[in-house]
Write a protein that binds this ligand. Structure first.
Ligand code: FAD
Length: 467
């Protein structure tokens, strides 16, 4: 028997259900990854993430080689060509069954259905990206939860009752084989600031749990500090699994925290947010199709001001916290969660620009770009998503900056033109700059926040008038 494992967003050998099951029965196992550069461009993913994937593939290839499994990278321009390519490969190699972990985007699901139809062999698909499988948590009426809190209660009850499944690295199927080459063609941007491979991800996870779990709840909103795990790029590509995160927490704490106030609960809660958005994407395919979760918000009258959009993208809005965050994204490919919330709120509620433009911009820049979390975060901030918060809750960029970067350390890191501004003036620096640094060049605020907020609320009120 010959089994083929098709790696996608699960670039790891540990806790990988598809690999584990494929290797469990004594069959001879080979592995492939199919690069689709045209699909990549269509999805608008970031060149830095492409580089990160290429580096992980090389690490994965080496780890698989030690298990006696050879990884081949094939290329198909778009998903449409994948079924024929796979059918040919399977026939050439004499494969008896295909193993893969599920991907949840609508295009990925369509591709997988087409693959199943094109292949005359069994295709076995597993849950490798969530602790609790998609679709298995429902309300009493059998529907998916539409708000987070009841979902998280159900998730916690399930994990408390049934635990979670952590699979070991499979036993080698023989002597090591040479590691295959894993080059990816196309546009890439250097991701070297992020160490690649499962071992690096595991070290980061262990170091975070040992040093930061305890104060995560208190410090996680301060972007100048390294108080969060920075594991999102690894979770997004499946280099790390959420089960591994739970296991590391449990090893550190002795047990998992199941209620608010227990050590580590705040971090577990973020992992549950991750699963919430993934479960939503499976049940509501429209979220993969640039559509609002709340259909009535499709009627919102967004601004088409391209100049304001460019100012936001380039970090030239005159609001330091927004500009520092956007320049950080541009230069590093990553952004802190509090800042993602602030810049998303600013684009939609201060500039009144469609959340879809911000979502796409993030995707084209983020090393951790991931459809479910990105779409969920954007729709949450825009007031169009699965969220219990009222639409009139609009972040004030200046008071948020004062609160979460009180000394201005984060601002100074990314805005060299504010290097000399004292902490008391840095959150709204224009008066100070005009007095002390004439000709400073830092732009004036592109909008008046109070007026922009009123306009945003009026936009949403207008929806009610239509009902
Ligand atoms: P930690 O605070 O250490 O959290 C641990 C893990 O939990 C994260 O690595 C991530 O996998 C998950 N997580 C944390 N917060 C969230 C959240 N709010 N929603 C879903 N999962 C979460 N996350 C992405 O992985 N990819 C994205 O493309 C993405 N886009 C976002 C866009 C917007 C507008 C917003 C508001 C949030 C977005 N997030 C996204 C969620 C969150 O900002 C990042 O996951 C987080 O900042 C990553 O940092 P960390 O790894 O240090 O997280």
């Amino acid at each position: 028997m010959r089994h083929l494992v098709w790696f996608r967003t699960d670039l790891r050998v540990a806790d990988n259900p598809a690999l584990y099951e494929a290797m469990a029965g004594g069959a001879r196992v080979a592995a492939i990854y199919i690069d689709c550069p045209g699909q990549w461009r269509r999805h608008g993913n970031a060149p830095i993430q492409r580089d990160f994937i290429a580096r992980h593939l090389s690490a994965l290839s080496e780890r698989l080689a030690l298990l006696g499994v050879s990884l081949t990278v094939l290329e198909a321009d778009t998903f449409a060509e994948v079924p024929a390519l796979l059918a040919q490969w399977v026939a050439q190699q004499g494969i008896d069954a295909l193993y893969a972990n599920r991907e949840i985007g609508i295009n990925e699901r369509r591709r997988d259905r087409a693959v199943q139809q094109a292949l005359a062999i069994p295709c076995r698909v597993f849950n490798g990206d969530c602790v609790v499988d998609h679709g298995s948590l429902t309300t009493r009426g059998g529907d998916m939860f539409k708000v987070f809190t009841p979902f998280s209660r159900a998730w916690l009850a399930r994990v408390r009752g049934s635990g979670y499944r952590l699979l070991p690295v499979p036993a080698a199927q023989g002597a090591p084989v040479p590691a295959g080459t894993t080059m990816l063609e196309g546009e890439r941007r250097c991701s070297a600031a992020w160490p690649a491979g499962e071992a690096a991800a595991g070290q980061r996870l262990a170091a975070f749990c040992a040093a930061r779990l305890d104060d995560y709840g208190e410090r996680r909103d301060y972007p100048a500090e390294a108080a969060t795990s920075s594991l999102s790029p690894y979770l997004a590509l499946g280099v790390l699994s959420p089960n591994q995160c739970l296991a590391a927490m449990e090893a550190e704490l002795g047990q998992l925290p199941f209620s608010r106030g227990e050590r580590g609960f705040s971090w577990l809660n973020e992992l549950i947010w991750r699963e919430f958005y993934r479960h939503l994407l499976v049940v509501f395919p429209r979220l993969s199709m640039h559509r609002a979760f709340k259909p009535e918000t499709e009627a919102l009258q967004w601004s088409r001001d391209d100049e304001l959009f460019r100012a936001w993208c380039e970090g030239r809005t005159g609001y330091p916290i927004i500009d520092a965050a956007m320049r950080c994204l541009h230069q590093s490919g990553w952004m802190h969660n509090r800042l993602r919330m602030l810049v998303a709120s600013f684009l939609t509620k201060d500039l009144h620009i469609d959340w879809r433009r911000g979502e796409a911009w993030f995707m084209s820049r983020l090393i951790d770009g991931e459809l479910a979390a990105n779409n969920g975060g954007w729709q949450w901030a825009a007031g169009t998503g699965a969220d219990a918060a009222p639409y009139f809750r609009v972040f004030n960029p200046t008071t948020q900056s004062e609160r979460f970067d009180p000394d201005g350390d984060f601002l100074r890191r990314w805005l060299p033109e504010l290097a000399a501004v004292p902490a008391g003036a840095i959150h709204a620096p224009h008066d100070w700059l005009d007095r002390h640094c004439p000709g400073h060049g830092y732009p004036p605020p592109v909008v008046d926040h109070a007026r922009a907020r009123r306009h945003a609320i009026a936009m949403f009120d207008a929806l009610k008038d239509r009902e």
